[in-house]
Design a protein around this ligand. Structure first.
Ligand SMILES: [Zn+2]
Length: 313
């Protein structure tokens, strides 16, 4: 979800609740995405991959820590003064118990929105590194972003409060409507495709794309050995780009030897990072001059990660 939406959602909710410190909530809403400032740590050292965008700060515990640090910095006089001067508006936020609660409320709305998007977030870190996702929204929804930007401008300008209320109400209605359409579409895909699952495939999962009517679908067999991937468009009711992948393909060696090599490779930090960033990982293992070349690849195209990784064991 984009930064402006993360700002607006808690701001609008707190406006409805008539909170005096709605800006604290809004800043809490954007605080977690300042993790881009620490993402270099995860890039430089693969074993610290939790330090990435949508990593450590996107958890209940570190979201709390991050939003409080953010609020603390924001309420320091020089920073507050600088922002107020830059945006030509007086930011009147203090660091106290009430604003701490509100800033965490904003962070929680952020976690909820990012949970709805592709690949999700490690909500329970440090207890679990698993990413949780409803796989409903794509990372970024361009239409939502454009509308959010317009609403932000309306809120910024010195306009009649009536217009601001209309803008905020419209934004929330559009956001909820898009969520409802996507939920319905996802349900439609799951239901229509479940009906056509043959004997070969028993399990189905769906992933959003930037088009709310087009979904990436993965069907896999009972034992998880074979997967079929395609794109499904609900408006045209058609499948495209159908491909099949074995979960593990082995060339030039025995299954057991390959499995041992894969088990070793799976413990490498770069592999752990790759799998953590991947939607659906399959493996090619090839025995070549006394070593196994193991290629991990994401069977669903990903937008910002490398979608394959080769290691030798
Ligand atoms: Zn985020």
């Amino acid at each position: 979800m984009d930064l402006i939406t993360h700002f607006l959602v808690p701001y609008i909710i707190l406006t409805i609740l008539k909170s005096k410190n709605k800006l604290a909530g809004a800043f809490g809403g954007i605080s977690l995405d300042f993790d881009v400032l620490i993402a270099w740590i995860g890039i430089l050292s693969p074993e610290l991959f939790i330090f990435s965008h949508r990593g450590i700060t996107h958890s209940f515990i570190f979201g709390f820590v991050t939003s409080i640090i953010f609020l603390y910095l924001l309420t320091r006089k020089p920073i507050k003064g600088f922002i107020s001067k830059t945006i030509h508006r007086n930011i009147n936020i203090e660091f106290n118990r009430s604003t701490i609660m509100l800033v965490y409320f904003g962070a929680l709305t952020h976690l909820f929105l990012d949970f709805l998007t592709s690949k999700g977030i490690p909500l329970l870190y440090p207890f679990s590194i698993t990413r949780y996702s409803a796989e409903l929204y794509y990372y970024l929804d361009t239409i939502t972003l454009i509308i959010a930007a317009i609403v932000l401008i309306i809120l910024y300008l010195s306009l009649n409060p009536k217009y601001k209320k209309v803008a905020m109400a419209s934004f929330i209605i559009i956001l909820v409507a898009f969520g409802a359409i996507r939920s319905y579409e996802k349900f439609e895909v799951l239901q229509s495709q479940s009906n056509t699952l043959g004997n070969d495939y028993t399990h189905i999962s769906t992933y959003p794309t930037s088009d709310m009517f087009t979904w990436d679908v993965v069907e896999s067999d009972k034992i998880g050995k074979s997967n079929r991937v395609f794109q499904y468009n609900t408006l045209k009711d058609n499948k495209s780009n159908i491909r099949t992948f074995k979960s593990i393909s082995i060339k030039n060696g025995s299954y057991n030897s390959a499995q041992d090599a894969i088990n070793i490779a799976n413990t490498l930090p770069i592999v752990e990072r790759f799998k953590w960033n991947s939607y659906y990982t399959c493996i090619d293992a090839k025995y070549d001059s006394n070593k196994w070349d193991i290629t991990y690849y994401d069977i669903i195209g990903s937008s910002w990660d490398r979608n394959s990784l080769k290691v030798s064991v």
